[in-house]
Design a protein. Structure first.
Length: 408
């Protein structure tokens, strides 16, 4: 009955998310269904809720994810993000490099539908190298999200490292190879008919623009150094990054008023409070899952049916990302299911393969706002865009499989 409960609970949660219901509430309903099929009563369910609320990992996740959403908003509000982009445009003149780099920089904001911010830039740089609208769409979408594989402040990386109680680097180090394969294949597929028409010999002050870039990037840099380098408590490190963002751009006049307004907007507009509910839903589902015993039953079931674990990971991960058009929930829940099933000693490559499958399914999901907005902006033919994306996606999945086999 527990397996049936997991199947129904997960399917109902995915269906509700697909129907645009609140993700946190959808996951809570799915967990309740699993709880019922696992023989838990009302009292048990409340105990699981209390366990979730008392879980230090859940508390840290809620703080970190909400603070990061506010940090991205502040960097946009103060102009740091704009200055980062302008300095990169001044440093790099090659349209291909700019077409790859600009969406990736915008991606650090982690704003829903943020690809629409980089679309005009990719349109301009794409015109310089002579690529068509379908190629521009693929470029903007793919390179906006490719950095997620190694970006320590990406929400799914944070969720994975918290659930696994491991450092972000322990996950990222296995993602690097997969990301590099994706970058190489995407570069040759997307730009194979491009031409670099840059004949601009304008003198550039590279050092000046590098200084502008690093000053604008300072809030993120401070947070990363504190959290990953000095092992400062993650929420505190992000909070210091937020404070840095508030005061990084110093106005000439009305300093007190402007700083006060930034702080006010950070709490009122910047922080995405709905993310707290999503984290609660993910962690509650995880708590019920761990206490139901369904993972052991699932392991026995996979063994009896003889299904290759690699295949199950890829298919379920990709479908979860594709159907829901989100990645945080799929990452949290599927990690809780699969990690105990992964062979000892090769958990890292398997986790990376699961992460890759989820992100790539999310990338091409029709519910993914970045895909919808980018395709609309460029008036692209989605069938042709999918055709372009097929090659780097397939190569990344193959790289993930290769990595699992190599370390096994």
């Amino acid at each position: 009955m527990e397996i049936v409960g997991l199947a129904i609970g997960f399917s109902v949660a995915v269906l509700l998310i697909f129907k645009k219901y609140n993700m946190g509430l959808s996951l809570f309903i799915g967990a309740t269904i699993l709880s019922f099929f696992s023989g838990f009563g009302i009292k048990d369910m409340f105990q699981h809720i209390i366990m979730t609320l008392k879980d230090p990992t859940a508390v840290q996740l809620m703080l970190v994810v909400s603070l990061i959403s506010g940090l991205g908003y502040l960097m946009d509000l103060t102009g740091d993000m704009r200055r980062m982009i302008e300095s990169c445009i001044a440093i790099f003149k090659d349209g291909r490099i700019l077409s790859m780099l600009l969406p990736a920089l915008i991606g650090t904001l982690s704003a829903p539908g943020g690809a629409i911010l980089s679309a005009p830039m990719v349109n301009e740089s794409g015109d310089k190298i002579g690529i068509n609208q379908n190629h521009k769409t693929a470029v903007n979408l793919f390179f906006r999200h490719i950095g997620y594989f190694v970006y320590p402040l990406f929400s799914s990386i944070i969720i994975a490292s918290s659930i696994l109680e491991k450092s972000a680097f322990s996950i990222i180090k296995y993602n690097i190879f997969i990301m590099l394969v994706g970058l190489i294949v995407a570069y040759f597929i997307f730009f194979r008919k491009s031409k670099n028409n840059n004949n601009n010999q304008e003198k550039r002050n590279i050092l000046k623009n590098l200084k502008i870039f690093f000053k604008s990037f300072l809030p993120i840099f401070v947070a990363l150094v504190l959290a990953l380098g000095l092992k400062v408590y993650f929420p505190l490190a992000i909070l210091i990054g937020v404070i840095t963002a508030i005061f990084n751009d110093r106005p000439e006049n009305n300093k007190t008023s402007i700083y006060r307004n930034r702080i006010k907007k950070f709490f009122k507009v910047g922080i995405k409070y709905n993310l707290v509910l999503i984290i609660l839903g993910v962690m509650f589902f995880k708590t019920v899952l761990e206490n139901s015993g369904v993972i052991n039953i699932l392991a026995e079931g996979l063994a009896s049916f003889g299904l290759p674990l690699i295949l199950v990971v890829i298919v379920l991960g990709f479908i979860s990302g594709y159907v829901t058009g989100v990645h945080m929930a799929a990452t949290g829940i599927l990690l809780a299911i699969f990690v105990p099933l992964f062979p000892a000693g090769v958990e890292g490559p398997y986790i990376s393969l699961l992460f890759t499958s989820i992100i790539l399914g999310y990338l091409v999901s029709p519910l993914h706002l970045c895909l919808a907005l980018t395709a609309d902006y460029f008036s692209a033919d989605l069938k042709k865009v999918y055709g372009l994306l097929f090659f780097p996606i397939s190569a990344m999945i193959a790289a993930g499989i290769t990595q699992v086999i190599f370390f096994s």
